[in-house]
Design a protein around this ligand. Sequence first.
Ligand code: 5GP
Length: 199
Amino acid sequence: MIVSGPSGAGKDTLIEKLRELEPDMAYGVSVTTRTRRDYEVDGVHYRFTTRDAFQLMATGGEFVETREYAGNFYGTPRRLVDEALAQGRDLILKPEVNGARAIKSLYSEAVLVFLMAPSSRELLRRLEERHADTPGDIDRRLSIAREEEEALSQFDYRIVNDALPAALQDLRAILAAERLRVSRLPAARDAGAAARVQQ
Ligand code: 5GP
């Protein structure tokens, strides 16, 4: 499951809560060249690295997708996705919108959830409240958010994150419904994997 949408919409908090309730889900820790924020732990929130090391990993084919976002690089490690698929575990990722689309084009079974704040004023308030970005960064994130909302039609679901408990309930409802899909029954999943190997 891919939870995407503008920075500041609340992806991190929502995913953190979901993981507490769904401990068996695999979570994809991305790699980034962004500076670590005070509250972030290397290896938990992201794997923080240098631009050179990131480039080396990218040319070595270690990412499913990479993006430059507000001047920094972000990438989804291929190993995480491969391991979760091999184990038949649900995987949760939180790329920005272009990364979400890239993953869907590679893994058609990926479920794309667009998380948005109830208004642009509220998005600004949340970005300012976390005291993590400079005013210039916040401006960049807001203008990227406007572009990202244009991609909404390419997503499977949309959640408006007005209050966390309701957003969490929505996300769990999506997860529950997706787990009941006939195409996700073990036999169907094995057939899908076999078809991929033959391609
Ligand atoms: P932040 O700097 O706020 O942690 O992240 C900036 C944006 O990059 C957010 O929208 C976040 O969801 C996104 N992001 C985090 N990891 C990845 C990744 O591996 N790939 C892509 N494409 N975006 C990511």
